[in-house]
Design a binder for this molecule. Sequence first.
Ligand code: AMP
Length: 115
Amino acid sequence: MYDKDNIFAKIIRGDAPSTQIYADDYAIAFQNIAPRAKTHVLVVPRGEYTDIYDFTANAPADAQAGFWNAVRKTVEKLGIENNFRAVANTGAGAGQSVFHFHVHIMSDERFKTDF
Ligand code: AMP
């Protein structure tokens, strides 16, 4: 069940602050508040989907294409085209803590992560 009061929904609405990297009609990208790498950005679709499974099963094709285009634009803006990881934790047991779908974009990792 999607919770409209999750922190990423608040950021999308402008009810919570973020340091924005990229935004368009489909997605926004902002700095992770607790980075696990020198570059650690979260790309978040504007639509209300809890995780990558929900998103790929239920989001319309234009929203899915728009989201992955925003991931690419974010990577280009960061200048890390050939050196990054993209991670989507799915489910609390797999480390997901915010239940609005997001992809972690990480580059130049400073220390080992558990995801
Ligand atoms: P996950 O554990 O995969 O759900 O990732 C959630 C991520 O959101 C964590 O890495 C948090 O550090 C990050 N996070 C939580 N609150 C905020 C916030 N207000 N602004 C930016 N990043 C956040």
